[in-house]
Design a protein around this ligand. Structure first.
Ligand code: MN
Length: 261
């Protein structure tokens, strides 16, 4: 029996659209990046804007877009000092409370049942308190859905962006190796294929995984589904018989990727 699968990734605060993203599906999957720190298209949205205002956020986005991460960090430190918070632990306490509020809204809107994994812009240890019945988090695990094997690996890899959930290549590769053969591979980040990792608007390469490329070559799942790159040079790429597909930037499209399995 074929089943209709809806997949979203990079939700980044699009709560309202998320609540109806599973409508008409047999199975719903979310590949992470629920939090909105910065909206590169709208300096009024997100945690940075909430803390430091639109003007500072616009400047911060400009520096990061130019690849000037150190300058962006210096500007950030200045802004924290400006609101009287200097100690990194105190900063985290403030961030955590804002992230927690976003998660409250996101998980309330998250369809159930849902299969979930983490993005690089997520804080995994804050998830358990918000999960509702029917929400299942998978990371380095495979489940059998009526004869279709679906494997999940969450998180990102170390990057100059220093996002909240970045793993070492080794740790990521271990998670991939734990999957065994699958029909559908679900990850937040793409395999390290230049067409899939290049963002045409940010004009830089995001980080992809070579462990995923090796896994796909060896196991040849039918689909490798992922998100992470918001405006990819290629939304699809073939590796042997595997169709590698970026499910799209839900924050912008407000639509799930739909596939029959
Ligand atoms: Mn993202």
């Amino acid at each position: 029996m074929t089943r209709r699968l809806h997949v979203v990734s990079d939700v980044h605060g699009k709560t309202q659209a998320l609540s109806s993203a599973a409508d008409g599906s047999d199975l719903f999957i979310c590949l992470g990046d629920l939090i909105l720190f910065l909206d590169y298209d709208d300096p009024r949205r997100g945690i940075h804007a909430e803390l430091f205002g639109e003007q500072h956020t616009a400047k911060y986005i400009e520096l990061r877009t130019a690849g000037r991460y150190e300058d962006a960090r210096a500007l950030g430190a200045q802004a924290w000092a400006g609101i009287g918070i200097v100690d990194p632990q105190d900063r985290w306490t403030v961030m955590e409370s804002l992230i927690t509020r976003q998660y409250q809204e996101m998980f309330a809107a998250m369809p159930a049942p849902a299969l979930l994994t983490f993005g690089n812009v997520d804080v995994p240890n804050l998830w358990p308190q918000f999960l509702r019945p029917g929400h299942r988090v998978l990371d380095g695990e495979t489940l059998d859905e009526q004869g279709t094997r679906i494997g999940f690996v969450g998180g990102g890899l170390k990057s100059p962006m220093r996002t909240p959930f970045e793993r070492s290549e080794e740790e990521f590769a271990e998670k991939v190796a734990a999957l065994g053969p699958v029909d559908v591979l679900c990850t937040h980040i793409p395999p390290a294929i230049p067409e899939l990792t290049y963002d045409t608007v940010a004009r830089r390469f995001e980080v992809g995984s070579t462990a995923l490329v090796e896994y796909i070559k060896a196991e040849q799942p039918t689909y490798a589904l992922f998100g992470h790159v918001h405006q990819p040079l290629a939304g699809r790429f073939r590796i042997g018989r595997t169709e590698c597909i970026n499910v799209g930037h839900f924050n912008a499209t407000k639509r799930p990727f739909v596939v029959s399995i």
